[in-house]
Design a protein around this ligand. Structure first.
Ligand code: CP3
Length: 366
């Protein structure tokens, strides 16, 4: 492994390991994205997946929010997309402007069109290179997060061929071909494991798994189809890191909309941090997880359109919720939005969000 410059801000890693911190570390899902004029300027000359595949460009974009919000932001996340795994498995994915798959999986027979084996170093080595270059570029300012999509969310994209409101095709697979669905979900999970371990070797200091469509499943179907693959990923990643003598990194699971499963996820899914969307009060989530995991989230991203006062009162409320029953401390919590930031937000309002988190999450002075 490459030697990297020493880390100067470890708030994120401490909170992720369950430690109380002097204030909540903060970052934003999709923080390198279209709300930033510097992102749009670079994006005007490059296709989305071209940026993902060019380590210099991915590094530059990952660093944009870190430079702009230096001193206010506590983590970077590698610029890439969850859909690089379906690409590595042999599927074509376009971004125009949302993701679309010209040739989705219609029936289990189509699974034979996928690559039999996936060599992540060959197919996704560009992500590993981007991670290593970004770690060097960060010069220890903040930690770097690696990520991948969760099997159920990727399965849904691969079958629907893009976003969906009803998930009819993906769910048809679950209910009509349950065994074939489980086999494909596990196959995706194995690629996730290889990809995540490779990201840690390349320099990722925390890993986040995005199960963006978890909330589309009933609790029963989540336990049957998604949870086993999420456990498979956490246990295999940890085992592989340990047999290869690579230091462990914290694992975060963001299962959007799966607040119904918080109890089960906190008990034994193998994740250190659970991401919350805005549909649950932090104090309720804390009560459910009983200190077994750290929490991340959860302001509604649309509050960022509400102006300074609305942002300040929502952040204050969120911090007060995390402090409830906690001696005036926010505890092991990573401040974030409850989902990704959207393109129309004013970057100065994002700065204000960060400033408010610093102010209201700070431990009360004795
Ligand atoms: O968070 C970050 O800054 C890191 C980069 C990142 C992107 N996508 C960049 C991106 C991450 C972590 C993702 C994850 C991702 N991608 C998810 C999981 C999180 C979530 O939002 O639920 C999902 C579902 C995708 C798939 C995807 N990629 C969609 C649905 C879209 C289009 C809609 C949208 O929100 O923009 C993308 C494109 C995408 N991924 C963009 C960015 C910056 C915008 C594309 C552009 O520049 O045109």
């Amino acid at each position: 492994m490459v030697e990297f410059p020493p880390l100067r801000n470890d708030l994120l890693l401490r909170a992720a390991r369950g430690e109380k911190t002097e204030r909540a570390p903060v970052w934003i899902m999709r923080q390198a994205g279209r709300y930033l004029p510097e992102f749009r300027a670079l994006r005007a000359n490059h296709e989305f997946f071209e940026i993902c595949r060019t380590p210099e460009l991915a590094t530059e974009i990952t660093l944009q929010p870190i430079r702009r919000y230096s001193g206010l932001i506590d983590a970077s996340i590698i610029f890439s997309d969850i859909l690089v795994i379906p690409q590595a498995m042999g599927m074509e994915v376009l971004m125009n402007p949302g993701p679309s798959f010209p040739d989705p999986l219609n029936t289990p027979d189509d699974v034979s069109k996928l690559n039999q084996t996936v060599d992540v170093d060959k197919e996704l080595g560009y992500v590993f290179q981007a991670i290593t270059q970004t770690r060097i570029g960060l010069d220890g300012e903040v930690p770097l997060i690696g990520f991948c999509g969760a099997p159920w969310t990727l399965f849904a994209y691969m079958i629907e061929g893009g976003g969906s409101k009803t998930f009819t095709k993906a769910k048809m697979w679950l209910f009509k071909y349950p065994e074939e669905s489980k086999a494909l979900l596990l196959r995706i999970a194995d690629v996730c494991v290889d990809f995540l371990v490779g990201q840690v070797k390349a320099g990722a200091q925390l890993l986040q798994i995005f199960d963006s469509w978890a909330g589309e499943l009933s609790p029963h179907d989540f336990s049957l189809f998604s949870l086993p693959t999420l456990k498979h990923i956490s246990s295999r990643v940890r085992a592989r890191l340990s047999t290869q003598n690579i230091p462990q990194v914290p694992l975060t699971l963001f299962a959007k909309g799966a607040n119904y499963a918080l109890d089960e996820l906190a008990k034994d899914s193998g994740y250190d941090v659970l991401g919350l969307d805005w549909c649950i009060d932090p104090s309720v989530a804390r009560e459910i997880v009983q200190g077994k995991v750290a929490l991340q989230g959860n302001m509604d991203p649309n509050v960022l359109y509400g102006g300074r006062e609305a942002i300040e009162s929502a952040v204050k409320r969120m911090c007060d919720e995390f402090k409830k029953g906690n001696n005036g401390e926010v505890g092991a919590w990573i401040a974030n939005l409850g989902h990704g930031i959207t393109p129309g937000v004013d970057p100065e309002d994002v700065r204000w969000f960060f400033e408010c988190v610093h102010k209201y999450s700070a431990r009360a002075k004795a």
